[in-house]
Design a protein. Structure first.
Lengths: 153, 189
């Protein structure tokens, strides 16, 4: 039982490291695709909950132009995202970066899933033991029986 | 005949159920998540501190509406009030008299200066007329491509940045400014 618990801990650690280390971007893309991809990640400064890709607000249009200019200048996706974060703070991004405290919302759902599976595993195991009676008397039962026998003799 | 009753012995379990540990761990994670989300600023919050405060002011240069060349670097050694506005923005119109008065009170070569950024390129002619009618002799630089607004992290209008004599952004005001506020932000009070 103890060993199984450690397997769950190991799975949680592996999942956390994988999520934290896994790059958000895929492989190489054309400059146009990069602009669109980045524009979907950058929040429109003047609109509620919309990306600069989705909005035609003047600042959204300017932001997309800024992205285009920076892509043409050869900046990486990370550099361009960092530029917007340096100007608007963390809320410049539609989704938080997977670094530091921001990685918590990415990791916790996986940990919850593992915890849930673990709980279900142990619950089923206990129910099956109770149903079949195969688990035998518990330590508690043994102590009670021994106490009762001692009292009789 | 009496039968001695077995005394109930309190039993301490020698080891805890793994399920209980997992439940506690999940609860702790849930509390952490709620704590994290509760202490972070909302994405759509109206009040946002500029990450640029304390940083070197991004460069601003261009040709003002009256034809003079403007470069923020030339204002080093003085406070600069960098004001983003548009004529269709009502709070911008409301703060304008205070800016005019502040400009009038600070006309010396080492006094705080104002530079306005005309945020909307389609508003340039209206801005020219607005200044002609309402006063204000400070340079108005059109932000043709919106680069200056993005460089300063502008979210709405009006927004004002105060740049200290060393060239660093010392204050950021989202919304209209008053004469008293401008005096306070530029160390006049």
């Amino acid at each position: 039982m103890k060993r199984i618990g450690w397997w769950f801990v190991l799975a949680a650690v592996v999942l956390s490291l994988t999520v934290a280390a896994f790059p958000e971007d895929g492989g190489p893309r054309t400059p146009g695709e990069r602009v669109t991809h980045l524009a979907k990640q950058i929040r429109c400064p003047t609109c509620a909950g919309r990306s600069v890709e989705e909005s035609m607000a003047p600042l959204a249009v300017s932001s997309k132009q800024e992205i285009t200019d920076r892509v043409q200048r050869g900046e990486s996706d990370e550099q361009i995202r960092a530029f917007f974060v340096s100007r608007y703070g963390d809320t410049a991004l539609m989704s938080p970066e997977r670094t530091g405290l921001n990685s918590v919302p990415w990791i916790l759902p996986g940990l919850f899933a593992i915890g849930g599976v673990g709980l279900a595993f142990f619950a089923v195991r206990r129910w099956r033991g109770e149903a079949t009676g195969s688990s035998g008397p518990s330590d508690e039962d043994r102590v009670l029986v021994e106490a009762a026998l001692r009292a009789r003799s | 005949m009496s039968t001695p009753e077995a005394s109930v012995v309190p039993v301490a379990t020698s080891r805890r159920s793994p399920a209980r540990w997992i439940a506690v761990a999940v609860l702790v994670m849930l509390v952490l998540l709620v704590g994290l989300l509760a202490t972070r600023p909302a994405a759509d919050s109206k009040v946002k501190a500029s990450p640029l405060v304390g940083q070197a002011a991004p460069s601003v240069s261009g040709t003002a509406l009256d034809g003079r060349a403007v470069d923020l670097a030339d204002f080093k050694g003085r406070y600069v009030v960098l004001n983003f506005f548009a004529t269709w923005c009502q709070p911008c119109r409301e703060e304008h008299p205070d800016l005019v008065e502040f400009s009038r009170q600070n006309s010396g070569p080492s006094d705080p200066a104002i530079i306005a950024i005309a945020y909307d390129k389609s508003d340039v002619n209206a801005a020219r007329s607005f200044f002609a009618q309402n006063g204000g002799s400070w340079p108005v630089v059109p932000d043709d491509k919106g680069h200056v607004a993005i460089d300063y992290g502008v979210r709405g209008l009006p927004e004002t940045y105060v740049i200290d004599p060393q060239g660093n952004i010392s204050q950021h005001v989202s919304g209209g400014v008053t004469l008293a506020k401008l005096n306070e932000l530029t160390g006049k009070v």
